[in-house]
Write a protein that binds this ligand. Structure first.
Ligand code: C5P
Length: 222
């Protein structure tokens, strides 16, 4: 292993990806964003129009070639050789991703890709089941939480639009819907591993969160 595995889980828009990326940069590790894989599958399924047909979905999924190439400070994901674009961050892709993420065949496929990418350690990996299922032996497990209002505010700001009441309400209901689906599913639901350290980021700056995690990672051998 070239470094430890830092597993960062939490609900949608709790700051996992930004935090994981910055932790990885500080430690000279790579950021492994597991949500990107679910988003990539949903994006391809939407674009090539097989997302709504369960049998065809299973058939196409078996044929997709997904590769992840370590390229500091992250990984480059390719699906059948294509690098997905900005469509991956669209709210519609996120919602579709949370539907496809409830399928067993999808989870098995993503698990395989993630474990191969993390084989040599030296990663900060974020998602919903990283500390519980993907890397249960990770040396450091973090569970990030924040109030749904704060998460909606951050999401709206990320999209560069005015945070008026209507937009915030829409985002809050989208986040609640996605959290409910991610927490209630039978397969690898969003769960805090018993040994994970919970950090509530509602009133913390990104720097404060990153400093705390980097400090813990160094204590554990990073
Ligand atoms: O983290 P992100 O918002 O990009 O994830 C998109 C969707 O992918 C989530 O709502 C969730 O349903 C799914 N996901 C998952 N397990 C992970 C990461 C993401 O089920 N480890």
């Amino acid at each position: 292993m070239n470094g430890i595995i830092v597993a960062i889980d939490g609900p949608a828009a709790s700051g996992k990806s930004t935090t994981a990326r910055r932790v990885a940069q500080r430690l000279d590790y790579c950021h492994l964003n597991s949500g990107l894989l679910y988003r990539t599958i949903a994006w391809l399924g939407l674009r090539d129009d097989w997302i709504h047909d369960s049998d065809r979905f299973a058939y196409e999924l078996e044929r997709i070639r997904i590769t992840m190439e370590r390229r500091s400070p992250g990984f480059i994901v390719r699906a059948n050789g294509e690098i997905p674009g900005d469509e991956l961050t669209a709210p519609q892709t996120a919602i579709r991703a949370s539907h496809v993420a409830a399928r067993l065949d999808v989870r098995e496929r993503v698990l395989e890709v993630l474990r191969a990418a993390g084989l040599n350690g030296g990663i900060a990996c974020d998602g919903r089941d990283i500390g519980t299922v993907v890397f249960p032996d990770a040396a450091l497990k973090i569970f990030l939480v924040a109030s749904v209002e704060e998460r909606a505010r951050r999401r709206v700001a990320d999209h560069g639009v005015e945070p008026d009441r209507e937009r915030l309400e829409l985002e809050i209901s989208r986040l609640r819907e996605r959290d409910a689906r991610d927490s209630a599913r039978d397969l690898a639901p969003l769960l805090r591993a018993p040994e994970a350290i919970e950090i509530d980021t509602t009133r913390l700056t990104p720097d404060e969160v990153v400093d705390e995690i980097v400090g813990l990672a160094v204590e554990r051998g990073a």
